[in-house]
Design a protein around this ligand. Structure first.
Ligand code: URP
Ligand code: ZN
Length: 455
């Protein structure tokens, strides 16, 4: 099949130029002005942007946590991703303590196999560090899982201590793999949580009060110091606080390779939602921050201290969130966003907060590069996978649970007006979404063994 996407403004991380894009089979064959190639199908992209498919490097589909399971599985979650213009996800696989990393990976592979609509890779969450786990890291990298995540929070579940973090950073650095860190200081958080519950302060707002921004700043700084000592790069996942951003900025000034990600919820929502009518819906970790911090994050996106916008997509239904009705420590943590990310970030372009090329860089190119998928993903060049989005910047819409495609029964962005909409979404030459609706099929998304990060 040959498809010509004609007349659009092709936007990449570096340029915005009027050009046609020729797709042959699964790949981009040519990009140029006035391509007069023979095609089986022509898509008129006049007045539209043509961008690389979005790359969301932080999802938790079907994650088991807090006695329940995140409500989007690999079918519904990747379907929602496709509707939103995201054609690649990297989900966080995990292993139980005592279980090998590769056995954990096999469990996640089984969850995704035959279900995913878009291509997917995995990171590995490491919840225990010993010689066996360290030795297994090389096998993990050989299996195409070239990044791992370490937790400085959630004692008793995922949290590991500084010596373990240091050991993984050093070994990953030797292998060329990238370590992502959940940077919140879990020790004092646990003390505060226990005290709040003991004194009857169990409302959802205490979730945020027990996880103050200062503890994210401290943990981010500590993770960076441990990475510097290990001579390894580090990636700060879901950065939400100005204090953490300052730690990243200072490390970059010292010349240390620190990379950081934020998420749409930290750019658009604030902690006041935790005092509203449905507070549990907004419980995530790190928590939503005070109004005003969002602007610091937008500035971080502009300055380059934040490299990636991913989602931490981990939704729970109203019923699941109600598990913590009388105790915030029992609310399953997480929000949706995989469908809204590209459009919410484009809203930053519409409002003049970031440029058009920066939008593409943050949503597709930089995550593909950092996680070993570039230029197969995140690029519009001959030979790249034909993962393309025709995006209509003039469309005006309203985000709502009534129209989204995630399995979650509410939207934390309900009623928000957005400018711009993915109009046609293509993965490896196949149209997943267009004006006629959804054409994807479970299993069409392939596992992506990743190369080492390009840092
Ligand atoms: O609240 C969140 N982020 N839930 C997902 C698990 C994690 O900590 O990333
Ligand atoms: Zn996460």
């Amino acid at each position: 099949m040959r498809t010509l996407i004609a007349g659009g403004l092709v936007v990449t991380a570096t340029d915005a130029v009027h050009a046609d894009v020729l797709v042959v089979g699964e790949e981009i064959a040519a990009v140029g002005l006035g391509l007069s190639a023979r095609a089986d199908r022509t898509v008129d992209a006049t007045g539209r942007y043509v961008i690389p498919g979005g790359v969301d490097v932080h999802t938790h589909l079907q994650l088991e946590t807090s006695g329940t399971v995140a409500c989007d599985d690999f079918a519904t979650g990747t379907g929602a991703a496709a509707w939103g213009g995201t054609t690649t996800i990297i989900d966080y696989a995990g292993h139980d303590r005592g279980e090998s990393l590769l056995a954990g990976l096999a469990r996640w592979q089984a969850k995704a196999a035959g279900r995913a609509h878009v291509d997917y890779g995995f990171h590995m969450m490491i919840s225990e560090v010993d010689d066996r786990v360290l030795a297994e890291l090389a096998e993990l990298v050989a299996a195409g899982v070239t990044s791992v995540k370490l937790f400085m929070a959630y004692p008793g579940v995922y949290m590991i201590d500084d010596s373990a973090i240091f050991r993984v950073l050093r070994r990953a650095g030797q292998l060329g793999a990238l370590v992502a860190v959940h940077a919140e200081n879990g020790g004092p958080i646990e003390v505060l949580r226990t005290e709040y519950v003991a004194s009857g302060r169990t409302d959802a707002v205490y979730h945020a009060r027990s996880r103050p921004a200062i503890l994210e700043g401290e943990a981010t700084g500590r993770a960076i110091v441990l990475a510097e000592l290990a001579g390894a790069p580090v990636y700060i996942a879901h950065l939400s606080a100005e204090q953490a951003l300052n730690a990243v900025h200072a490390a970059r000034d010292r010349g240390h390779p620190v990379y950081a990600e934020t998420c749409p919820q930290y750019l658009y929502l604030d902690e006041s939602a935790l005092s509203g009518p449905e507070p549990a819906r907004y419980v995530c970790s790190p928590p939503l921050r005070p109004a005003g911090m969002q602007e610091a994050l937008w500035q971080g996106l502009r300055r380059g201290d934040l490299d990636v916008v991913a989602t931490d997509h981990c939704p729970f239904t109203t019923r699941q969130k109600a598990l913590g009705r009388s105790d915030f420590t029992r609310v399953p943590n997480g929000l949706h966003g995989v469908e809204e990310r590209l459009t919410l970030l484009h809203e930053g372009v519409h409002r003049g907060q970031i440029s058009l090329t920066r939008w593409v860089e943050l949503a597709a190119t930089a995550p593909a590069r950092l996680f070993g998928l570039y230029p197969r993903k995140g690029a519009i060049v001959p030979g790249a996978d034909a993962d393309l989005v025709v995006f209509d910047p003039a469309a005006v819409g309203t985000l709502s649970a009534a129209t989204h495609h995630s399995a979650v029964d509410y939207s934390v962005y309900e009623g928000l007006t957005v400018h711009g909409r993915p109009e046609m979404v293509m993965q490896r030459g196949d149209v997943l979404v267009d004006a006629d609706g959804f054409h994807g099929r479970p299993g069409a998304g392939h596992f992506l063994p990743r190369r080492l990060p390009q840092l």
